[in-house]
Design a protein around this ligand. Structure first.
Ligand SMILES: Cc1cc2nc3c(=O)[nH]c(=O)nc-3n(C[C@H](O)[C@H](O)[C@H](O)COP(=O)(O)OP(=O)(O)OC[C@H]3O[C@@H](n4cnc5c(N)ncnc54)[C@H](O)[C@@H]3O)c2cc1C
Length: 254
C-alpha cells in the first residue's frame, strides 16, 4: 500500500524525546512550500483500508529553512494516524501538504506570553527560531506544561536562548506529576493553574501583553476564562486547539 500511493515526502529524522513523544522531520520531495511560523502542515499515511489518513501538525522548524519540516508529535494510542506514523522508519515515504493556519505572531508591539501544553510547544519553537534567524527581538515569556520533566522537549535549547540572550526570553517548564520527577525543582502543577501567579510575578497585563495558547483544549479554555476576567480582549488571546474540547484520549497531554 505504501509503495502504491504517490507520496510526495520522506521521513528524514526521528528523535524520540521519551517513549511515545518524538521530534520528527519530513523532506518535501517536490518544490518545498513556504510557511509563516506558527502554521501547520498536513501529514498523511495510507492506512490498512487503503485510505489516506491525514492530520494537521504544527511545524516546529524555522520558516527560512525549507530543507525539511520538523514536528513534535505524541503517539495517541488507539488513534488513526499516529500509530501508522510510529510504524514507519527514516527514509520511508509520507505525504506532506502545507501550509495553513492563522496562529501566527501578531505585529502589535506587545510582550508575548506563550503557553503550551505538551506538543503545543511546536509552533512556538518555529516562532522563536525564526525570530533568532531574522535577528528580530520580541519580549517573550514561555510557559510549557507537561506531565514529567522528561517531556520538556527543547529544554536545553530554550535555556540556551534565554541565557545567551539570543532573544529576550523568560522560559519556565511546569510539571503536573512532580512526585514522579525526583530531580525536578521548578514549577509544579498544570500550566493553567500556575499561569495566573506567573502573570502577576512577571507584570503581564492586558495593557502590555498578548497571550498565545496552544495544545490541550481544556488548558486553553481555563486560561481564556481567567484572561477574560482580567480584561484581555479576544484579539489578545490567540489560540490553537489540537483536538475538540472534551475529546481527550488516553493520558492527558498536559
Ligand atoms: C492545527 C492543529 C495542529 C496540530 N499540531 C499537532 C502537533 O504539533 N503535534 C501533535 O502531536 N498533534 C498535533 N495536532 C493533533 C493531531 O492533528 C492529531 O489529532 C493527533 O496526532 C492524533 O491523531 P490520531 O489520528 O492518532 O488520533 P485520532 O484518531 O485523530 O484521535 C483519537 C482521539 O484522541 C484525541 N486526541 C488527539 N490528540 C490528542 C492528544 N495529543 N492527547 C490526547 N488526546 C488526543 C482526539 O480528540 C480523538 O478523540 C494538531 C491538531 C491541529 C488541529
Amino acid at each position: 500500500m505504501v509503495e502504491d500511493y504517490p507520496y510526495n515526502g520522506r521521513l528524514s529524522r526521528w528523535d524520540e524525546v521519551v517513549d511515545g513523544l518524538a521530534i520528527v522531520a519530513v523532506q518535501a520531495l517536490a518544490e518545498p512550500f513556504p510557511f509563516a511560523p506558527g502554521q501547520y502542515a498536513t501529514l498523511g499515511l495510507v492506512g490498512e483500508s487503503g485510505k489516506l489518513i491525514q492530520r494537521p501538525m504544527s511545524i516546529s522548524s524555522p520558516a527560512d529553512d525549507l530543507s525539511e519540516y520538523e514536528f513534535f508529535i505524541r503517539h495517541v494510542h488507539g488513534g488513526e494516524f499516529t500509530p501508522l506514523l510510529w510504524q514507519i522508519r527514516v527514509g520511508d515515504p509520507i505525504n506532506i501538504k502545507g501550509a495553513k493556519g492563522k496562529f501566527v505572531l501578531q505585529d502589535d508591539g506587545r510582550t508575548c506570553l506563550f503557553i503550551a501544553s505538551g506538543t503545543g510547544l511546536a509552533p512556538f519553537m518555529s516562532m522563536l527560531e525564526t525570530l533568532i534567524d531574522r535577528r528580530e527581538r520580541r519580549d517573550i515569556h514561555l510557559l510549557h506544561g507537561v506531565s514529567h520533566d522528561s517531556d520538556l522537549a527543547w529544554r536545553d535549547r530554550l535555556t540556551e536562548i534565554a541565557q545567551a540572550d539570543l532573544l529576550p526570553l523568560a522560559y519556565a517548564g511546569t510539571v503536573s506529576r512532580p512526585q514522579a520527577c525526583p530531580n525536578w525543582d521548578g514549577l509544579t502543577g498544570r500550566v493553567e493553574s500556575v499561569f495566573e501567579a506567573e502573570l502577576d510575578r512577571r507584570g503581564l497585563t492586558a495593557d502590555n501583553c498578548t497571550i498565545y495558547l496552544c495544545g490541550n483544549p481544556d488548558m486553553i479554555s481555563a486560561v481564556e476564562e481567567v484572561a477574560t476576567e482580567r480584561g484581555f480582549p479576544p484579539e489578545q488571546v490567540r489560540k490553537e486547539l489540537y483536538w475538540p474540547k472534551g475529546r481527550s484520549h488516553g493520558p492527558p497531554n498536559d
